[in-house]
Every structure is written in structure tokens, then in C-alpha cells.
Design a protein around this ligand. Structure first.
Ligand code: NFE
Ligand code: MG
Length: 518
């Protein structure tokens, strides 16, 4: 049977290889593989517990704020201070993470995924007054067409006018992401890898000028979401309606929940979060989260078989030459089953958990697009849920920032312990993230991360069940095996992040680029 290998998949974060076997124009089998080894779980052993909070952010340059949050939650628990975070600390953590959500979602739609639907070439002969489109035209005239080219061709369905409008928003979205970064830096110090989220709360005190700086930016981004992001999703949905049904996975969703609404915050499973945690599927029944159900399999992963099981049950040991293994990604399972995580999971879990706000947003979308809730489980549902949660989030962030009290504490002065364990479970932009720590003799004895893309891009497990992306690809009709745009549209709808390498070093020490820091 003919095989299509896409390696690397572009316009995703990190190093992803996708392989599909085609028979009679249909995907019979799919494999997704992470091709870069990172080793964080191994090099954290023996270090100071607080180092984890700094180092694990370096897992990723796109979603470092959620790693900071998950690690702080795990350390809060290990240090016994999870119920002592002051109100300002809780709110500031929400704001730092929320700023990162907004930049990440806008990045994903406009700069990564939209180019599968929007033909940027439509701006090549633009002769109007819009400065963004004029700059785009100039860019195209220079002839270096990356990141727009190379691309798979042949299925651009928007009108010329729609293509030009969305291409202009591509440029505007860059400014929005800059504003989101500035928001994060206002309370987090820098981006990527903020320095302010720590066990016990946040180190940066809120002041009125910082609150104003943050508030004005969140208002601008809220307008962009309202006037561009949501309408642009509906424009794409109107022309590519078949993609609501394409790329459905197992339909088994998992969310840990995110954005604490109460101080003091409770233990993981009882937390009151803006986007609630839980599990559901197409029957739309809610199942409560039991963190004991989380395990990882490694039959097809390049790790020693002893590391399978619950997080912290064994030390991670790499096994590059392992027979039959095809990826560096492990296979997380909940009660033995694959689970899809991400904005789709959060919005549907919130919907079935009865959040009035999520319900009204989702119902609004369903009636605008003439759909039912089970239609959300495919490619376009994932994109739409990302946009809806961005809108909900901006509303709350504007209120949260104004609720800060510059005279109140923002951090609890914890004492680090020499023995203890902790778990930090929280949703990042791409889904459910867990950090687990075991501290012995004042040092890290074990540290495990189970990351959103580990769930979604997981390989087959010990029962040979494919991971969610592999499953979503299976059964897809591919019109032209030399131009498999259906495959990349499905993969990108998950917004995968394989491993966000921050450093680039050529083994022969060739100069890769020169940068001036202004
Ligand atoms: Ni590197 Fe991430 C998010 C986390 S996904 S982007 O969101 O955690 O694997
Ligand atoms: Mg891990």
C-alpha cells in the first residue's frame, strides 16, 4: 500500500513526523512520531526542587507559562502551602497564564493553521490603502516566500476578497501577540520563561500603573477576537463545512481545568476553575476526574519498558535503540484509554458541566453554523472552540486585573521541605498538563511531566490502541497522495507542540544567524 511520510510537519511547534498508509484513496493506518529527544525528566534528578520550576519552563517557548504554573502547583503541594496562596497570587497566576493563552491561540489560528485555508497569494496584487496588506505585498515581492511556501496546493475555497481580508489579519495578529507578550511581561517579568510565578504565589506586586497597562491591552485583544478571530473562523467554517466532520478522533475528551476562581485553592480534583476539569464523550455525559486513572505506556516509545505505569512509578530511562519503538513520545492513557485534550475538550467538558457562559458561547456557535454539539468533535470544532475560549477568557481577564489589591500580599513565604510529593495538574493552551515531583533529602528524586501533546500525539499503547491524532487520521479520504492537504489540516487542528527547542546549535559550529538585541 502506498505510504505518505510528512517529516517534518511544518507550521507546528517542534519535530513531528506523520506517516499514513493509503489504500483506495483512504488512510488505513497512521503513525505520529516525535523525533527529538529532550531528556528533562532525566536531568532534573538530583537537583534542587526549586530548579524544576525554572527548568521545566524551558520545555517550551510557546507555552512556558503553563509549565511554570504546573510546576508551582506541584511544589505548593510538596511544600504544604497550596491552600495559603493569597488572593493576589491566585489572580496574578491567572493573568500571566491567560496572557500566554491569548498569544498561543492567536498564533495557532493565524500563523500556523489558517494558511491551510487562506490563500495569502491573493494579497500579491493588493493596491489599496491598508498598511498591513501593503507590507504583505512588499514581503511577497521580495520573493522569499517562507513561511507561506512551500505548501500543499489545490483546495483554497475563500473568495479573493475573503482571502485578502484574512491575509491582512495575519499581519494584525502579529501585533496582537506582541501585546499579549507585553501583558505577560507586566506581571511575569519576561517572555518566554517568566520569572514571577513561584511556589506560594507570584513575586511581582500589582501596582495601579501595571494594572492599567495590562487592562488596556486585554481590551484591545478582546476587540480583535470579537471583530476578527470569531468572524474569521465563521468565514472559514462557511466554506469548509465538511471539516466539522473530518478528523474526528475517539471523541473521548479529558480536561484538568484551568484558571482558579477561589482563594484558598483546594486540592486538584476539587478546584473551582473557570474552565472546569472532567471527562466526556459524544454522549455528553460528565465523568469526574480521578487522577489515579492516569498512566503511561511505552511499548512503542524509545524508553525502557520499566518506566510504564503511573507517573512517579519509575524513573524515565531513554532507550534509543529499542526494537519496534517509533517515537520519543510516551502514550498516556486514562483508565487504559486514549484521551483527546485541548480547547475542544475544555469547551465540551465545560458545556456538559453546566457552565452557563460556556454553554451560551457554544450554543451561539452551533446555531450560527447550524450544527449540533456532536459536530464539534472534528477539525473545525477544534478551531472554533479555541476562538470561543479566547473570547470568554478576555472577559474574565479584564475583570481579574481590576480585582487586584496593590496593598495586599501576593506571595506566601513557604518553607521548602526535604521530603514530600506534589502533583500540579492544570490545562495549558493545548490541553491537560501534569507535573509530578518526589523530593527526598532535599533533592528531586523523581520528576515526571505528562504534556498535552503527549496525550494527543501519543503512539500506540501496550494494547496497540492508536493515539488520538493517529485515530483522527484513520479513514480520511486523500484525493491526491502527492498533495495530502487533508492530512495536515487534521494534524494541525490539534495544535501539536512536539518539543519546543529553544536553542539551535549546529554540530559543526556554523554561524546560523546574527541578532541585535535593541
Ligand atoms: Ni509546547 Fe504546551 C501547551 C504544554 S503542549 S505548547 O499548550 O504543556 O504539549
Ligand atoms: Mg513525561
Amino acid at each position: 500500500m502506498p505510504k505518505i511520510v510528512i517529516d517534518p510537519v511544518t507550521r507546528v511547534e517542534g519535530h513531528l513526523r506523520v506517516e499514513v498508509t493509503i489504500d483506495d484513496g483512504e488512510v488505513k493506518e497512521a503513525r505520529s512520531a516525535g523525533t527529538l529527544y529532550r531528556g528533562f525528566e532525566e536531568f532534573l534528578i538530583g537537583r534542587e526542587p526549586l530548579d524544576a520550576q525554572r527548568l521545566t519552563q524551558r520545555v517550551c517557548g510557546v507555552c512556558p507559562a503553563v509549565h511554570a504554573t504546573a510546576s508551582a502547583l506541584a511544589l505548593d503541594q510538596a511544600f504544604g502551602c497550596h491552600d495559603k496562596i493569597p488572593e493576589n497570587g491566585r489572580v496574578l497566576r491567572n493573568l500571566i497564564l491567560g496572557a500566554n493563552y491569548l498569544q498561543s491561540h492567536i498564533l495557532h489560528f493565524y500563523h500556523l493553521a489558517a494558511l491551510d485555508y487562506v490563500d495569502v497569494a491573493a494579497a500579491a496584487d493588493y493596491d489599496g490603502d491598508n498598511a498591513d496588506l501593503r507590507s504583505l505585498r512588499k514581503f511577497i515581492e521580495r520573493g522569499t516566500l517562507s513561511p507561506f511556501m512551500p505548501r500543499y496546493e489545490g483546495d483554497y475555497r475563500l473568495t479573493k476578497q475573503e482571502n485578502v481580508r484574512l491575509a491582512g489579519h495575519y499581519v494584525e495578529a502579529l501585533r496582537m501577540r506582541r501585546l499579549a507578550h507585553e501583558m505577560l511581561c507586566t506581571f511575569g517579568g519576561k517572555m518566554p520563561h517568566n520569572v514571577a510565578i513561584v511556589p506560594g504565589g507570584v513575586t511581582e506586586p500589582p501596582t495601579v500603573d501595571k494594572m492599567e497597562r495590562f487592562y488596556s491591552r486585554v481590551r484591545t485583544i478582546a476587540e480583535f477576537i470579537e471583530n476578527c478571530y470569531i468572524p474569521d473562523i465563521l468565514t472559514v467554517a462557511a466554506k469548509y463545512g465538511d471539516y466539522f466532520a473530518l478528523g474526528k478522533g475517539y471523541g473521548q475528551l479529558l480536561a484538568y481545568g484551568v484558571f482558579e476562581l477561589e482563594t484558598p485553592v483546594a486540592e486538584t480534583a476539587r478546584r473551582n476553575r473557570l474552565f472546569p476539569g472532567g471527562l466526556t464523550d459524544e454522549s455528553l455525559a460528565l465523568e469526574a476526574l480521578n487522577t489515579d486513572g492516569i498512566t503511561e505506556a511505552v511499548k512503542y516509545s524509545r524508553y525502557d519498558d520499566s518506566v510504564a505505569g503511573k507517573p512517579l512509578s519509575a524513573l524515565t530511562k531513554n532507550a534509543p535503540g529499542k526494537k519496534g519503538a517509533y517515537t520519543w513520545v510516551k502514550a498516556p492513557r486514562y483508565d487504559g484509554k486514549p484521551r483527546e485534550v485541548g480547547p475542544l475538550a475544555r469547551m465540551v467538558v465545560g458545556y456538559v458541566a453546566g457552565s452557563p457562559e460556556i454553554k451560551s458561547e457554544v450554543d451561539g456557535l452551533l446555531s450560527a453554523a447550524g450544527l449540533k454539539a456532536s459536530d464539534l468533535f472534528g477539525v473545525l470544532g477544534r478551531h472554533a472552540c479555541r476562538a470561543l475560549e479566547s473570547r470568554i477568557l478576555t472577559r474574565h481577564m479584564a475583570d481579574w486585573v481590576m480585582s487586584l489589591d496593590p496593598k495586599a500580599p501576593h506571595r506566601y513565604d513557604y518553607e521548602s521541605t526535604v521530603e514530600g510529593t506534589g502533583a500540579g495538574l492544570v490545562d495549558g493552551p493545548r490541553g491537560a498538563l501534569g507535573h509530578w515531583i518526589d523530593v527526598k533529602d532535599g533533592k528531586i528524586a523523581n520528576y515526571q511531566l505528562v504534556v498535552p501533546t503527549t496525550w494527543n500525539a501519543s503512539p500506540r499503547d501496550d494494547k496497540d490502541q492508536p493515539g488520538p491524532i493517529e485515530r483522527a487520521l484513520t479513514g480520511t479520504k486523500v484525493k491526491d497522495a502527492s498533495n495530502p492537504f487533508e492530512v495536515v489540516r487534521i494534524v494541525r487542528s490539534f495544535d501539536p507542540c512536539l518539543a519546543c527547542a529553544v536553542h539551535v546549535l549546529d554540530a559543526h559550529r556554523t554561524l546560523l544567524g546574527k541578532y541585535r538585541v535593541a
